[in-house]
Design a protein around this ligand. Sequence first.
Ligand SMILES: NC(=O)C1=CN([C@@H]2O[C@H](COP(=O)(O)OP(=O)(O)OC[C@H]3O[C@@H](n4cnc5c(N)ncnc54)[C@H](O)[C@@H]3O)[C@@H](O)[C@H]2O)C=CC1
Ligand SMILES: O=C(O)CCC(=O)C(=O)O
Length: 383
Amino acid sequence: MNKIKLMNKISPVGLDLFGEQYQVGEDIDDEDGILVRSASLHDYTFNKNLKAIARAGAGVNNIPIDQCSNEGIVVFNTPGANANAVKELVLCGLLLSSRKIVEGIDWVKTLEGKDDASKLVEKGKSQFVGPELEGKKLGIIGLGAIGVHVANAAIKLGMEVYGFDPYISVNAAWGMSKWVKNAQNMETIFSECDYITLHAPSTKETKGLINKESIDMMKDGVRILNFARGDLVNSTDVLAAVKEGKIAKYVTDFASPDIINQENVIVMPHLGASTPESEDNCARMAVKEIKDYLESGNIVNSVNFPYINEPRTTKYRICLIHKNIPNMLAQFATLLANREINIENMVNKAKGEYAYTIIETNDVVDMNDFEALENVIKVRVIE
Ligand SMILES: NC(=O)C1=CN([C@@H]2O[C@H](COP(=O)(O)OP(=O)(O)OC[C@H]3O[C@@H](n4cnc5c(N)ncnc54)[C@H](O)[C@@H]3O)[C@@H](O)[C@H]2O)C=CC1
Ligand SMILES: O=C(O)CCC(=O)C(=O)O
């Protein structure tokens, strides 16, 4: 029986896929796997039995990835599974940043009970004029699953779209409209665009990328959208620029005490992925990934270990997480040869400092032999 601990509410559409061989819930100890959305695991103590964490979503900054790698815990995410949900909210954000919709709605509420409300509306509405999106320049930083969806939708709205992504994947490039202009650097986005939207992950490189220096390069009246992560933006600098009128509107999905209830700042409660469709998609994908890893050792969509997806051909599978250094495979082969165990198949792949090896055999294996080897981090024998 595998034990799965839930750190957030996860859609039953996904959880139902676990079946009877799994014990799944919030109050689980000594878990084999963790399913999480946005809950932070940075202060969570991982038990020795923990093999995998699946993030039902894209961003993994709530998980201590380096620690997981070091302890042989495979971390998965669900690439693209919530991208459409986020794209739709970004389109909403673009309109909210332009058309004083929130202010207008709030103002109409003040007319409650007034008999001449419809007259007052026609007289007062001019204070809520805001520009159209068509023909304006939109800059997108990060052209992954979400960035590409946003780019393609904005092209359809008649915007002139600039994209910047130094690490764009071939798949993302294939899916992107040919009308999106390739910005060679972030400065082009900052200086050229009327609207700037962030869709890069939170990393050392992206933290605080919207700050006084980058804001100074921007057009007066620029509108900034942040549906990526709060820490991509220096909120003190953004707030100062909003107050000066340099930034016409800041729309974000990430609340922090300083930006709540400020004029020309719209803060949403991290709603990007909150649609039933996206919650179901993410849960389904996350459960399949963790199940596949626990049952077969295959790794698909891990952020810290290499992709290995091989059909099972033997009675036993030895799954070895180890350091990516010379002589590991030779040690495994020697160890098995000394025990007169025949290797039917072997696959090995590396990702950065770590590597993963699956050895298939029909002979009985003792896990302890492998655990005793230096630089082997985690061993499993799947029957
Ligand atoms: N508001 C919400 O509810 C949600 C927020 N997100 C956030 O959006 C981010 C992006 O999500 P996806 O598009 O699904 O991920 P993705 O992994 O498909 O795309 C991220 C893109 O950012 C690019 N990138 C990385 N470093 C960069 C840099 N320094 N400059 C420019 N581009 C860079 C990557 O090359 C990649 O193409 C997530 O990491 C997460 O933080 C994701 C889903 C929901
Ligand atoms: O699960 C959620 O609601 C948040 C989604 C998100 O931020 C992500 O997928 O990176």
